[in-house]
Design a protein around this ligand. Structure first.
Ligand SMILES: Cc1ncc(COP(=O)(O)O)c(C=O)c1O
Length: 374
């Protein structure tokens, strides 16, 4: 069998690895491991990428989400959050002292169902955590933002998948009140682990900077809030900063792979794609296709792995099916569950060759075709 094609693979070209090695040597030589030049440079580059005026790094996207939700007053209030997301989109609301209200998905946009948003709003709703799942900003972005404005809700964008994505020229992280990024190993830019809050709200930026250093006030250093050492150390900031410099080239490759998948799989009976409107530029963190049933999804994923050496996965298990969140299932989250269980993310990363892409297309066509009637 040909070598396994992994689902994710961070890529650091040789010149970048050399630059990182040299910089880490300087960091260690100088003993300057905290919030120095690499963090400052990374924050400037992130603010530029997201088209915001501020960016503050932290140790994970979950921390970023929690601090943003805390700042906007989630505590004691309800926050609308999609069931179709990663677990910490929901747990960050609880960490911030709020009550997550799970919202069903629109399977075409991979984002909030507007109908369910309207059903779930109550006098206690304070804001929403809007996830750009797989790196696609919803085709209903303007309606979602209008809904939030109408009801006076804060909007925290979970951009863990969406670094570099845009909608109508507006960058992920700049559409709402804040955007939160992840530098987890599978992400578009990684530092091992890490995260950041981008915003054009200087108050939020100052809050994150204070909370990531134990809650110490700038100036007199008094602790007036319960923070922690949530900052991103210089070594990881250095890795992320260099990796971010590779993003234009690597994102162009993701784009090319996504277009090749769409072209190669167009018209195959039983394979659907998310709706990506003309004005949307996804990051293609993941490339999901949708099969006609969850049973077919499972068979196809197994055959891709066992017979063709190709890794794939569903986007996520719906959060309301996780043991710790089952109590949040009010029976309305059916589209989110159906969409996620039928989803199949194909490998998409900068190191994939054209031959790898052709192998994925051909294997998927063969497996879907061979399993359709079973
Ligand atoms: C949508 C989403 N939000 C948040 C996170 C959490 O990111 P981190 O691991 O950096 O806390 C992830 C991680 O995969 C994610 O996919």
């Amino acid at each position: 069998m040909s070598p396994m094609i992994p689902l994710f693979r961070p890529s650091f070209p040789e010149v970048v690895r050399q630059a990182i090695t040299q910089d880490i040597d300087s960091i260690l030589r100088d003993g300057a491991l905290m919030l120095g030049a690499h963090n400052t440079a990374l924050e400037a580059a992130l603010a530029e990428t997201a088209a915001t005026t501020c960016a503050a790094t932290v140790n994970s996207c979950t921390t970023a989400l929690t601090l943003a939700l805390d700042f906007f007053g989630a505590r004691g209030n309800e926050v609308l959050v999609p069931s179709a997301s990663f677990i910490t989109s929901v747990s960050s609301v609880l960490f911030a002292g709020g009550s997550p209200v799970l919202v069903d998905a629109n399977p075409e946009t991979l984002s909030f169902s507007l109908e369910d948003l309207r059903r779930k709003i109550t006098p206690r709703t304070r804001g929403m955590l809007w996830v750009h799942l797989t790196g696609v900003i919803s085709a209903e972005a303007d309606d979602i933002l209008e809904f939030a404005r109408e009801h006076g809700l804060f909007v925290v964008e979970d951009c863990a998948h969406a670094l570099g994505a845009s909608y109508g020229g507006r960058k992920a992280g700049s559409l709402g009140d804040a955007g939160c990024f992840s530098f987890y190993p599978t992400k578009i830019v990684t530092s091992g682990t890490g995260g950041a809050v981008v915003t054009s709200n200087p108050g939020l930026d100052a809050h994150v900077r204070k909370m990531r250093l134990f809650g110490k006030r700038p100036g007199d250093g008094q602790v007036d809030a319960l923070g922690n050492d949530w900052f991103l150390d210089e070594i990881r900031a250095c890795v992320a900063r260099h990796h971010l410099s590779c993003m234009p080239q690597q994102s162009a490759r993701r784009d090319a792979i996504a277009h090749a998948f769409r072209k190669g799989l167009a018209g195959v009976p039983g394979i659907g794609f998310p709706r990506v409107p003309e004005q949307s530029r996804p990051s293609y963190y993941q490339f999901p296709v949708f099969l006609s049933s969850r049973e077919l999804q499972q068979r196809v994923a197994r055959r891709l792995n066992d017979e063709f050496g190709i890794q794939s996965k569903k986007i996520y298990t719906p959060t309301h099916e996780e043991v710790c969140f089952r109590h949040l299932d009010d029976g309305s989250l059916v589209n989110a569950a159906d969409m996620l269980h039928r989803s199949l993310c194909l490998p998409v990363h900068a190191t994939m060759s054209d031959e790898d892409v052709a192998r994925v297309v051909s294997a998927l066509r063969t497996t879907v075709d061979g399993n359709q009637s079973q």
